[in-house]
Every structure is written in structure tokens, then in C-alpha cells.
Design a protein around this ligand. Structure first.
Ligand code: PMP
Length: 288
């Protein structure tokens, strides 16, 4: 079958072997299929570089532990497998790189839990074109990010994503690309699938990590690069109203990297100087 958007060229490492396509690795009796115990991470390859791939591999293991799975791979091993997988594609291929763990067997004594000894690992890479930075539109979601008392927000866990997906669906149905999501206290948390920054009167601000949202690797990298370039970034509690008055907004995440927000509700925004600086610094870092 020809490879395309619906069927991207994909390779998956599982149990020491590289498998092509979409091999059936879990079944109806797999714990993850039934009760959702699975975690993943996502990194990118493009233009021959893989920025922060090591950090994404390391986070996979932290996520696994946070949902009661026992990582079967060392961080360095995950990185080696990812690098080995890259050799199955052209040097400048645009890829998504996704290590994952899941629980295979029900725990013998723990109701509804997975047996940590049954933790399985797979790493997939597939062709996924980089998104041109033409910008996205964003609207407020009526759904919220849970606190850690409600959900394993300290893990990049698959079980968080149906909630994120409904915020994205709601936004799309209103004619927007993405949603601004609040936490339970009404502070801005993040977008459905990325972190968010705003600029007001020259001050760059982003929500302070408070355990409700994924404080992303691209977010941390962007803050660090901006600060080192002499542009302070303030991490603080921010409200929806703060964003309504923003001069600039942009998002960060592994998938689209640094992306301008060009419409917030009914307001058009220009991709501004801080966005442009952040994106350039990120690309320079990626190629360094
Ligand atoms: N928040 C959510 C909900 C995400 O899914 C992602 C991307 N995986 C991010 C933030 C950005 O995180 P990172 O920069 O680590 O990819």
C-alpha cells in the first residue's frame, strides 16, 4: 500500500525487532485495552536533527512510574532504539518519534490495576510533515484540566487525552484550531495539545507549572533560550482576561515547536517579535 497521510510509513521496535506498519501488539485481554494504563512521549525528527530527544526518552520512564508501570528500558536504551529507528528513514525525514509503555496483564491482587511486571514497551516512528508556522486560532474551552487528585497529571498518560480531545473538538466545532484550557481554579493551563505563552507590553509570560498541565520540554527549552538571549520570561498564574489583552500569543510543543497564535476569540493577532525570536532560537538550538 502507498504511504500517505492516512497510512504514513511507520516502523515500530518491539521485543528486539523492527516491525513495519501497524502490528497488533495488544489484544482485547491486554490491560491497557480495557483499563487504559498506557503512557507515551513524543519527539520530532526534521532537517536531520532531533532536539531534546534524550529528555523525551527520560520522561517516558517517569510517566510510566507515575501510573504504576515499571519501565523495562533504561533512558539511554530508549534513545539508542530511537536513533536506530531513524536509520530506516531518509536523513532529513520529518518524523514523530513515540516511545510508549503499557500494562499487559491485570494485577493479580490489585483491583483494576495493571501488573507492573507485565509492562510492555514499544517505540514507533512515522512520517509526519512539520506544520508550516502560518499560525493557529484559539478559543476558550468550557472543559478544564484536572488536578493531580483527579487524574495522573504528572504523567504523559494516554488517559488524559480524551479530555484534551474534547476541548479540541469543541474548538473545532466553533471554527477554531485549538482551545485555551483553564485549570479547576480558573487559571490558564495550556492548549489542548501544547503549552501557551503571551506577551504584554514587552513582558513574556506563561502559566506557572502547578501540577495541572504538562509543563512541556519545548516550553522549558523555549524559556531557557529566551532568557539566555536576554529576554526575561515570567512564569505566573494567568487568567483568561490576561490573554484577551495580549499583544502576542504563541504555543510550544514537540509537534509544532513554536507556533504563532494569529486569532484569539474574535481578535486577530500578528506573529510578533518575541514569537519570531523564540522560533529562530529554537531552530538554532536544534541545529547546534
Ligand atoms: N501539553 C500537552 C497536553 C501536550 O500533549 C503536549 C505535547 N505532547 C505539550 C503540552 C507540549 O509538551 P512537549 O513540549 O514536552 O512536547
Amino acid at each position: 500500500m502507498a504511504h500517505g497521510i492516512e497510512n504514513p510509513k511507520t516502523w515500530t521496535w518491539f521485543d528486539g525487532e523492527w516491525l513495519e506498519g501497524n502490528p497488533p501488539l495488544i489484544g482485547p485481554r491486554s490491560h491497557a485495552f480495557w483499563l487504559g494504563t498506557s503512557v507515551f512521549d513524543g519527539a520530532r525528527a526534521f532537517e536531520g536533527v532531533t532536539p531534546d530527544l534524550d529528555l523525551h526518552c527520560a520522561r517516558t520512564n517517569r510517566s510510566a512510574r507515575a501510573v504504576g508501570l515499571e519501565p523495562t528500558m533504561r533512558e539511554e536504551e530508549i534513545l539508542e532504539i530511537a536513533k536506530d529507528g531513524l536509520t530506516r528513514f531518509s536523513r532529513d525525514a520529518e518524523l514523530y518519534i513515540r516511545p510508549s509503555y503499557w500494562g499487559e496483564v491485570d494485577h493479580p491482587r490489585l483491583a483494576i490495576g495493571a501488573d507492573p511486571a507485565s509492562t510492555r514497551f514499544a517505540l514507533s516512528l512515522w512520517e509526519a510533515p512539520m506544520i508550516p508556522p502560518t499560525g493557529i486560532s484559539v478559543t476558550l474551552s468550557r472543559f478544564r484540566r484536572p488536578t493531580i487528585e483527579c487524574m495522573p497529571t504528572d504523567a504523559k498518560a494516554s488517559c488524559l487525552y480524551p479530555n484534551n480531545a474534547r476541548t479540541a473538538r469543541e474548538a473545532r466545532d466553533k471554527g477554531f484550531d485549538n482551545a485555551l484550557v483553564l485549570d479547576m481554579l480558573g487559571n490558564v493551563a495550556e492548549l489542548a495539545s501544547a503549552n501557551v505563552f503571551m506577551v504584554k507590553d514587552g513582558v513574556v509570560m506563561t502559566p506557572v507549572p502547578n501540577g495541572t498541565f504538562l509543563a512541556g520540554i519545548t516550553r522549558a527549552r523555549t524559556i531557557d533560550l529566551l532568557r539566555k538571549a536576554g529576554t526575561p520570561v515570567v512564569e505566573k498564574s494567568l487568567k483568561y482576561e490576561d490573554f484577551l489583552g495580549a499583544d502576542e500569543m504563541f504555543s510550544t510543543g514537540n509537534y509544532t515547536k513554536v507556533m504563532p497564535i494569529v486569532r484569539f476569540e474574535n481578535r486577530e493577532l500578528e506573529p510578533g517579535p518575541v514569537y519570531r525570536l523564540a522560533r529562530r532560537l529554537y531552530w538554532d538550538f536544534a541545529h547546534a
